[in-house]
Design a protein around this ligand. Structure first.
Ligand code: 8YV
Length: 439
């Protein structure tokens, strides 16, 4: 990608030489095997955890590493690790949650972080509903009852019901919405709480979590983890949820004050809980395991063969795009794609300044595409950016209007659903006007 910048000719040459080499990927911790299996077929992969002396390995080979693959598990990708990799450009993470990565530091230092949104929403939402039903209707307890031969002596005791309940969703993102659809199909009312109300959502919004907990009797936790949300589900919120209330957490253990949950379950301050995630995985407090009114799962929300494979593929697609000098597909919000490759420090600022004009043009075309193709606000902007960039390059190269129409009409979205309509011609016309006016 030709971005004019203030680096010297020699630096540019070295940078180009680097880009010609295959992308060396470091995987710090084992995590999901499927990730390594997919990467190793396409890119040089270094498995740090298999090295007899990881420190010595990092000191010797760290300077050649341009990418990290974080394949799940519990390894942190923090400032200390990223600083040891001076040429690091991209961290591709497995999963939607990325609280194990210091994404803010990465963003400030020109490193892109990607995750795997979209491909696991339904899988996780299925488990969320499963946990809800299991917790309310005590299905695991009923199954244990049968296996223990107790049915032969008496019927299983009657349980609470899902009927007439309201589910309060904490964090109405993609997964929260997938859960909301299912909850509605189960006849539940849905309300939500998050950082702000969403204008295009018809569910009732509660500006405070305690307010929502008072109004609902199933509290579904789907918000991101991290320091901002640590322990937001505390004793006060659980009290507000009340003695008929059920807590379900499929997001991150850190959102919930585990000790407060244990107390609330013990004292009857809430009825039951269904937990797929914990504060210190894979360690689950024995006090929680000892309780009968909680259903515990070993973080399996997305853990089907099909979905984990799709997540691994999304991680790999980000790395492959990057290795081919294309934009990342699914960057996180702290490291938005701005059209400059992963340079650090002063060089990043120089590149960013020089690229600003071009990036602004492409971003304006992205907005036109989103608008005229009627794409959702959270669509894959990385993919769209690539089409917008090609269109801008063609316009600047003086391609004819008909040629541009033909180019755009033939674009077939990978993760985007691009409508086959006259909108593509209108996009070309508006982009021509825009670029003509900016020249
Ligand atoms: C995975 C998840 O279990 O996507 C997430 O944020 O928590 C899960 O889908 C995790 O990524 C694997 O470690």
């Amino acid at each position: 990608m030709a971005v004019a910048c203030a680096t010297s000719g020699r630096a540019r040459k070295a940078e180009r030489a680097d880009r010609m080499k295959p992308l060396d990927v470091l995987m710090p911790a084992a995590g999901m095997g499927v990730v390594a299996d997919l990467i190793v077929e396409r890119l040089p992969l270094h498995r740090l955890w298999l090295e007899p002396d990881p420190e010595a390995w990092l000191a010797k080979h760290g300077p050649a590493i341009r990418a990290i693959a974080s394949a799940g598990g519990h390894g942190r990708i923090d400032e200390a690790l990223m600083r040891r990799l001076p040429k690091l450009e991209i961290v591709a993470s497995f999963g939607v949650g990325y609280d194990h990565i210091d994404a803010r530091w990465a963003g400030e230092n020109g490193i892109i972080v990607t995750r795997t949104p979209g491909v696991l929403d339904d899988e996780v939402a299925d488990v969320a509903m499963g946990l809800t039903i299991m917790a309310v209707r005590r299905l695991p307890q009923a199954e244990r009852y049968l296996r223990a031969g107790q049915w032969l002596k008496a019927s299983f005791p009657l349980t609470a019901s899902l009927r007439g309940r309201t589910m309060g969703i904490l964090g109405l993102g993609r997964i929260g919405k997938a859960i909301a659809h299912r909850a509605e199909a189960f006849g539940l009312s849905v309300v939500y709480h998050g950082r702000h109300a969403q204008p295009d959502v018809s569910y009732r919004f509660y500006p405070t979590l305690t307010g929502m907990a008072e109004a609902c009797d199933i509290l579904m936790v789907t918000a991101p983890g991290g320091s901002e949300t640590r322990h937001i589900v505390n004793a006060e919120v659980l009290r507000a949820l009340g003695p008929d209330g059920v807590l379900v957490n499929i997001a991150r253990g850190s959102l919930v004050d585990e000790q407060a949950v244990i107390e609330a379950l013990r004292s009857g301050a809430i009825l039951a809980a269904g937990l797929d995630v914990f504060d210190n995985e894979p360690k689950v407090p024995t006090a929680l395991i000892a309780l009968d009114n909680v259903v515990l799962l070993p973080h399996v929300g997305s853990a089907s063969v099909k979905t984990r494979h799709a997540m691994a593929q999304c991680l790999l697609d980000n790395l492959l795009a990057w290795s081919e000098d294309k934009p990342p597909l699914t960057p996180v919000r702290e490291t938005p794609w701005r059209g400059a490759w992963g340079a650090t420090g002063a060089r990043r600022s120089a590149i960013a300044a020089a690229a600003e004009d071009k990036t602004a043009r492409i971003s304006a075309v992205v907005d036109i595409m989103k608008d005229l193709w009627d794409l959702p606000a959270d669509c894959n902007e990385g993919e769209l950016f690539a089409y917008a960039e090609q269109l801008c390059d063609r316009i600047l190269a003086g391609e004819s209007r008909d040629g541009l129409y033909a180019f755009l009409a033939n674009v077939q979205g990978k993760s985007l659903e691009i409508p086959a309509s006259d909108a593509s011609r209108a996009i070309v016309d508006r982009s021509l006007d825009l670029i003509g006016a900016s020249m």
